[in-house]
Design a protein around this ligand. Structure first.
Ligand SMILES: [Cu+2]
Length: 180
């Protein structure tokens, strides 16, 4: 019986590449889903934008902040659970991090990361940012950023230490982009 299973597995293994060769051309990979949104500061002024490309397995997000947009230095950035930046003074309407499985916060935490966690971005001396980060959290579908209440990208005043609960000592919420 075992031999039969093995033989059929081998036959299947051989058949697959032959079939692939029979196709006239390789199918192009599906184009990523894209989403762009402005980033606003605590005064409600637009200081830059996010540009998301969500591929089959990974989301890639470009963060662009214009000169004068942020204090120079490192800043924690996270996906927060609600797509609202309306309360510009504190951005608390965006709630806590996206975290469907109640993981600990922190890319470096042994029981983390949560789904909102991402690497820090660095603002240059002129306050501008040009960064690209990736995340396993999808844009659409189950557990996606564009769920019923959406999500928000939040930029914090300080850097995320990737360990301390609940937000890595990243401090106040100083910029926000709606993902909906
Ligand atoms: Cu945060």
């Amino acid at each position: 019986m075992r031999h039969i299973v093995l033989a059929s597995a081998m036959a299947f293994g051989l058949a697959a590449p032959a079939l692939a060769q029979d196709k006239p051309a390789q199918e192009a990979p599906a184009a990523p889903t894209t989403y762009d949104a402005p980033i606003v500061n605590n005064k409600g002024d637009t200081i830059g934008k996010i540009a998301i490309r969500d591929g089959a397995n990974t989301l890639v997000m470009r963060v662009t902040i214009q000169p004068g947009g942020l204090p120079a230095g490192w800043h924690g950035i996270h996906f927060h659970a609600v797509g609202s930046c309306a309360d510009t003074d504190k951005f608390q309407e965006s709630k806590a991090h996206v975290n469907h499985d109640n993981a600990k916060h922190g890319l470096l935490h042994p029981e983390g990361p949560d789904e909102g966690d991402m690497p820090n971005v660095f603002a240059a001396a002129d306050g501008s940012v040009n960064a690209e980060v990736s995340s396993d959290t999808p844009l659409t579908g189950e557990g996606g950023l564009k769920d019923n209440d959406g999500s928000a990208l939040i930029i914090h005043a300080n850097e995320d230490d990737h360990l301390t609960q609940p937000i890595g000592n990243a401090g106040a919420r100083i910029a926000c982009a709606v993902i909906k």
